[in-house]
Design a protein around this ligand. Structure first.
Ligand code: SF4
Length: 210
């Protein structure tokens, strides 16, 4: 549920919506599945675009009922590729949402890619600006052991770096990943970063350093 509520909003808003559902004992697929659409939309209002998300939640719950008798645990025995294809066929479930369900709810070894991740990869010359979601996901899954706990932590760290340092104007001088730039400016971010942080006259240039 959290994966759908989290689309295009901050997690703090999702928590408020989840708290409203929890307070009414609705945090199970079976109970949530019988909540009328308008009431569901009202309850999840804090998560934003609540009417759309209510429709998506209901579509996901219908899929869960149809394929797995309404139980997340039923998904455990389905091969990963088949499960992912099934989730992606649910209206409103895109790759990031599907992979969040697979990794966070089901503990499957799938790397979740978000906008922060792609920005860091692009600035570090690991991914072109035109690369899509699947290309970024494949890059991680090719180079990391397929361990859900590692994927979970790795993604969380990238999000933390993205929020704190790799913003629209990158703050490379303070970022823990600056060593990976090997003294080069971040791709696509150098000009803006330089404009913001001009070194005082006579001082050494501020460059990312190992
Ligand atoms: S070193 Fe710069 S480009 Fe790399 S992640 Fe940090 S802020 Fe972004």
């Amino acid at each position: 549920m959290g994966a759908i509520l989290a689309q295009n909003t901050a997690w703090s808003n999702v928590e408020r919506a989840l708290a409203a559902l929890r307070a009414r004992g609705l945090l199970t697929p079976r109970r949530l599945g019988v909540v009328p659409p308008r009431r569901l939309a009202r309850l999840i209002r804090p998560s934003g675009t609540f009417r759309i998300k209510a429709r998506r939640l209901r579509a996901f719950l219908a899929y869960l009922r149809r394929r797995y008798r309404g139980r997340l645990r039923g998904m455990d025995r389905t091969p990963l590729a088949e499960l992912r294809a099934g989730l992606l066929a649910v209206p409103g479930v895109g790759p990031e949402t599907a992979d969040s369900i697979l990794l966070y709810a089901l503990g499957r070894p799938v790397f979740v890619v978000d906008a922060y991740t792609r920005r860091v990869l692009h600035r570090h010359r690991l991914l072109s600006a035109a690369a899509g979601y699947e290309e970024a996901r494949a890059l991680f899954e090719r180079h990391l052991p397929g361990d859900p706990r590692l994927f979970n932590e790795y993604h969380a760290l990238l999000v933390a770096v993205g929020k704190r340092y790799c913003q629209s104007r990158p703050r490379c001088e303070e970022c823990p990943l600056r060593f990976d730039l090997r003294g080069k400016p971040p791709r696509g971010g150098a000009r803006r970063a330089g404009r913001r942080r001009r070194a005082p006259r006579g001082s050494a240039p501020v460059l990312p350093s190992p």
